[in-house]
Design a protein around this ligand. Sequence first.
Ligand code: NAP
Ligand code: HSE
Length: 450
Amino acid sequence: MKATVNIGLLGLGNVGTGVLNILTHNADLLCRRTGKKLMVRKILVKDLSKQRGLKMPGIHLTDRADDILDDADIHIVVEAMGGEFPAYDYIKKALKNKKFVVTANKEVVSKHKKEFFELAKKNKVDIYFEASVGGGIPLIRSLKVGYAANKIQTLYGILNGTSNYILTQIEEKQEEFDDALNDAKKMGFAEADPTMDISGLDTAYKLTILAAVAFKMDITVNDLSYEGIQDISLKDIVYAKELGYRIKLLAIAHLLDKEEINFRIHPTMILLDHPLAAVRNELNAVFLVGDAVGESMLSGKGAGASPTGSAIVSDIIDIAFDTKIGRFYDTQGKAHVSIEGVDDPLYINKRNLEDELHQPSLVNICDIYSQFYLRLAISDSPGALARITTVFGENEVSISKILQKNTVGLDAEVVVITYHTKEEYLRKSVQVLTTLSVVKHVYSVIHVGF
Ligand code: NAP
Ligand code: HSE
């Protein structure tokens, strides 16, 4: 008789439903692959009265988390609720009760990863979080195992499906920002609070997780600077294209000399022929440079029920595969399996390279050099351009291109592209520009290239 792995699912929204569908539709395939039946036994929801239109034979739906967390027959707890609390408490309790945990929740992993790793190790279980970054892309596993031979030097990522979807729709269909965001909500890409997506915070959580996995660095969102896409307009997207660029929300981790590192997130104009420029809609991608592998890119659907479900089920399979140490075995010839009796301490967290987590030496974004694009409205009067270029010059910012685009009433719209300059100097220039009477508005300041 096949051993059974019993799963308790916390949450039955977009992601929870995706997980349930994959486990149901691919049940035979997964059983053949793992040699075990992967069974969802219980599901936690907030609102028991909600109509879900799902067939769930033999599954107990509950609104009491302890029905799952205290159930000795549940081996794996899959957390797909979102938010910091009560997810944090439930994950901790599951680990303390010696259950393996799989989560899609980037916020809770970002904030509590070290505590979770230590608790998992102490209780001889593990926490898996493939779905928390990059949706369906097997990114965490690739970084932990596939690229393990490398020292990662640089990593650029498009890590938010909602933002990438919005930028793509604005460019390709000239759709309004709010309409594109509403579509992303309907398709189940956006967070319960979509300001997390468009403000860059969701990407920031994800970058802290990649910092741990790719660089073994323990950082929080307070250690990086992040900016979202909320101020990007169709005009910027059109002008970027005219100049040979596409705007993407990029997460950047760049190892500098002396082991110093800078982590940042901001809209970035990238050359149209760069592979990241071709990443459309809800797709995510990570472009990295490793000292052995060189340049490499992973890409795939970064949001949505099914791709995210795929990542979660891959974690469940990884746990279920672990028969070597008898985590799931038929103890006395019965179909009941147990995770008790794990007696190989060397095995535990063998792949959890986050054990090496350390505090990095961080470089502030103000000390980073970049090119910049600025779009301004200035008064269309003699000497106005000269006043502006003087401000840049006085702040050590050298101009590569300056273009007068349109005239709007009495004002002129001007686009400036700078040469590489320190972010600090650029910020000072913008500060001064906003005080000039000839400058009516600074609409946008966007990083160019990387
Ligand atoms: P969702 O559609 O809002 O679903 C949340 C589910 O959790 C609902 O079933 C809800 O119950 C339940 N829930 C929420 N709070 C609860 C509580 N306090 N007690 C009991 N049940 C609770 O969210 P989602 O889009 O599936 O996202 C879930 C998680 O996956 C988040 O961490 C998100 O960041 C992450 N994620 C999402 C995606 C994506 O594409 N959506 C991709 C990767 C990762 P009711 O149904 O009764 O309301
Ligand atoms: N809201 C997230 C996004 C879900 O749009 O990328 C995937 O983590």
